[in-house]
Write a protein that binds this ligand. Structure first.
Ligand SMILES: [Zn+2]
Length: 313
């Protein structure tokens, strides 16, 4: 691998700092906003005082991450509340101010969808299912907007419904049409892996008919998961300059895309979305659009990793 642990840590710190920037690029606000995000991480925060209980609620939103509310009541433990959590689970006195703050911060999705859960084949998955239900409600419209803009959002039918089915099987999860099936066996061993549902939700939004370069598609899906919807989890994908390839798919390809979006083309995600939609090849698109094969871009990306880590040593 050739890099020491210290330099790698610096590299991942850099990656997470850029995650927010990558999102603003992806949504289509592009270059100027991306630059602003790079400078400030577009952090918004404010505190609301609630007379009842003498409480205060601090709201923080960084870039396009879901906003966070910290509810502080004197003499009680702080309660942290994420924008995707159902408002009913917040303490009653805090619901109104939180809803108002979410409106202000643009956290209430522009389109409301229905998410139905079915745990008849795995009753023990019910709590977990409820926890991801609101995440899917929150992220689906946002992912659609990111891929297809306002127009895509307007095309979501009013009765649009995603079904989440839980059952025991060997494997993780899969999406077919508007149905996502999650292995109740898997979530028992990885109870914090809520992001897997966002990966599948992204597949529902992509709705591609036929994809030959599945590695390229899975890279995009994981880009949305790791670099857009959960930047607070700090991306941990490691690129081995000697062994990794851009066709490795999932997190490796996602990390490569993140670099392309930051360094080459803020519209990359939107563009390859259209490539997949029209059943064409991402490799061919790359050659036509950037005048070089994807492998050449990958080499540049790998070279940039070395430079970044060297600079910090
Ligand atoms: Zn997938």
């Amino acid at each position: 691998m050739g890099t020491n642990r210290g330099s790698r840590r610096v590299f991942y710190a850099l990656l997470s700092a850029f995650a927010v920037l990558a999102f603003s690029s992806a949504v289509g606000t592009f270059a100027d906003d991306a630059k602003a995000a790079k400078d400030s991480e577009s952090k918004q925060s404010f505190v609301v005082q609630v007379e009842e209980k003498n409480a205060e609620i601090e709201f923080v939103k960084i870039g396009e991450e879901p906003a966070v509310a910290t509810i502080r009541v004197p003499g009680e433990k702080d309660v942290v509340f994420d924008a995707y959590e159902p408002i009913e689970s917040a303490p009653e006195f805090a619901r109104k101010p939180i809803t108002e703050a979410w409106e202000k911060l643009g956290e209430i999705p522009k389109k409301k969808i229905k998410v139905e859960i079915d745990t008849t084949q795995a009753p023990d998955a019910e709590d977990w299912a409820k926890r991801v239900q609101s995440r899917v409600e929150y992220w689906y419209p946002k992912v659609v907007e990111m891929l297809d803009g306002e127009e895509g959002l307007n095309k979501i039918p009013d009765d649009f419904k995603i079904r989440l089915v839980f059952k025991p099987f060997n494997g993780v999860a899969y999406a077919a049409g508007r149905e996502i099936t999650v292995s109740s066996t898997y979530i028992k061993s990885r109870p914090n892996d809520y992001g897997l549902v966002i990966h599948e939700t992204t597949h529902v939004a992509q709705a591609y008919r036929r994809v030959r370069e599945t590695w390229a598609m899975e890279g995009m899906t994981d880009y949305i998961r790791y670099f857009v919807t959960e930047p607070r989890s700090k991306n941990t994908w490691r690129i081995d300059p000697k062994r990794s390839k851009y066709t490795d798919s999932y997190g490796v390809t996602a990390t490569f895309y993140d670099w392309i979006i930051r360094e080459k083309d803020p519209q990359f995600l939107h563009k390859i979305h259209n490539v997949f939609r029209s059943g064409q090849s991402v490799e061919t698109f790359c050659q036509n659009e950037y005048d070089k094969p994807m492998s050449a871009l990958w080499d540049e990306f790998v070279a940039s990793l070395t430079t970044q880590t060297k600079q910090e040593d």
